[in-house]
Design a protein around this ligand. Structure first.
Ligand SMILES: NC(=O)c1ccc[n+]([C@@H]2O[C@H](COP(=O)([O-])OP(=O)(O)OC[C@H]3O[C@@H](n4cnc5c(N)ncnc54)[C@H](O)[C@@H]3O)[C@@H](O)[C@H]2O)c1
Length: 364
């Protein structure tokens, strides 16, 4: 592909994944029409419904299509009632992370104008931090490998490696540097761990500070996970980039989403050295699927993150401008009260929100 033309693997998946993907693709089409880049989209099927029908959640061909693409846009996969015989759910999104080495799970948490916040403090409007969840090891290294002995003891083992910790630390410092350029203040990366109690976390902390020692422009700090659970409620506006082990990041990112309006407003990216996948933090939401009321903002913002990642990778200012256009359009649509989604007590469904965002893109 030329530097202006990109191949996207589009995986809507299950439940509302299908609905929010349609909205995000419409928004992408709108920015594409205004710029000199283009996307060629291949739709790739997969998920729990497919597992139920065929016995395979994602085929080898589908994995290969994802690996070949310049970027992957992912809706959501999984349905609580469809499970493997051992009680776990098929989760191709986790398989993709491990298979493609997508070690950096980036979850920006930002207060969007007009969207009600969980905290009463006026400072909650300043919330703008980015959580980096290591996504290929930690406690999740044990996924599919845990043991139950004699129906009396269950064991899952946490794994922290030097190589991945170094890479995800460097990713976090680079991110803080880029954020500081945009926000005109020094970046700070805070490692969130439990190094006072566990050897694995003490090792992660040691490696993190070794990498930090080579970063002149960004400050490195450490915070215990329990204290962070407190401080993300007490003063979340004070944080910049948070780096966590996989399981802690899984939990804190939902807490973060809760601070800024809920899962419908929480985008994410799973980034490796060669590949990246962009998806909302939420799942397939079977309780609201098929009703047209899912909030597509998390999916649309994930598509904007994809543009930003492609922009850095391919040195394209047009792509980063397009990412900003999407964010600005969402802020304008919600900030001006042009739309209010169901999850925050409004009456605007998935397609109405997509239309409002597209309108703001066309007429900023
Ligand atoms: N990355 C993924 O694909 C992913 C992530 C999480 C959960 N899952 C799967 O999704 C299924 C449902 O999981 P769950 O119910 O725990 O989590 P969920 O995120 O699907 O839903 C949690 C709650 O948030 C609401 N919600 C989520 N997204 C919303 C949106 N865009 N707009 C409005 N409301 C929204 C839902 O209605 C529900 O009440 C499970 O099978 C789970 O394994 C998949």
């Amino acid at each position: 592909m030329s530097s202006n033309s990109f191949q996207l693997a589009v995986m809507p998946g299950d439940g509302i994944g299908q609905e929010v993907m349609e909205a995000a693709v419409a928004v992408l089409d709108a920015v594409e029409a205004r710029h000199d880049f283009s996307f060629s989209k291949s739709y790739v099927s997969g998920g729990s419904r497919q597992y139920k029908e065929t016995g395979v959640a994602m085929t080898e061909d589908a994995f290969e299509a994802a690996e070949k693409a310049d970027a992957i846009l992912f809706g959501a996969m999984g349905l609580p009632d469809i499970r493997h015989p051992d009680g776990t759910e098929p989760a191709p999104q986790l398989d993709l992370r491990f298979r493609m080495g997508l070690y950096a799970g980036l979850r920006p948490i930002r207060a969007i104008p007009g969207v009600p916040l969980a905290l009463a403090s006026p400072r909650a409007r300043e919330i703008d931090f980015a959580l980096v969840r290591e996504s290929t090891e930690g406690l999740f290294a044990s996924r599919g490998k845990g043991t139950v002995e004699d129906d009396t003891v269950a064991k899952d083992t946490m794994v922290i490696t030097r190589g991945v910790t170094e890479r995800v630390s460097r990713f976090s410092f680079d991110l803080a540097k880029r954020r500081s350029e945009r926000r005109n203040r020094k970046g700070v990366v805070t490692l969130v761990d439990k190094s006072n109690a566990f050897l694995s976390f003490a090792f992660m902390r040691k490696v993190f500070f070794e990498v930090a020692g080579r970063q002149a422009d960004v400050e490195a700090r450490q915070h215990s996970i329990d204290a962070m659970a407190l401080d993300l409620i007490r003063k979340p506006w004070e944080f910049d980039v948070l780096l966590t082990e996989n399981m802690f990041g899984d939990i804190l990112s939902d807490l973060g989403a809760g601070l800024v309006g809920g899962m419908g407003f929480a985008p994410s990216a799973d980034i490796g050295d060669e590949h990246a996948l962009f998806q909302p933090c939420h799942g397939s939401a079977p309780d609201i699927a098929g009703k047209g009321i899912a909030n597509p903002v998390a999916m649309i913002l994930s598509a904007a993150m994809m543009l930003d990642w492609l922009a850095v990778r391919h040195g394209s200012s047009r792509l980063s401008e397009a990412a900003e256009e999407i964010e600005t359009a969402i802020d304008a649509a919600f900030g001006a009260g042009a739309v209010k989604s169901f999850d925050i007590g409004g009456q605007d469904g998935t397609s109405a929100i997509a239309r409002a965002v597209i309108e703001k893109i066309k007429n900023p």
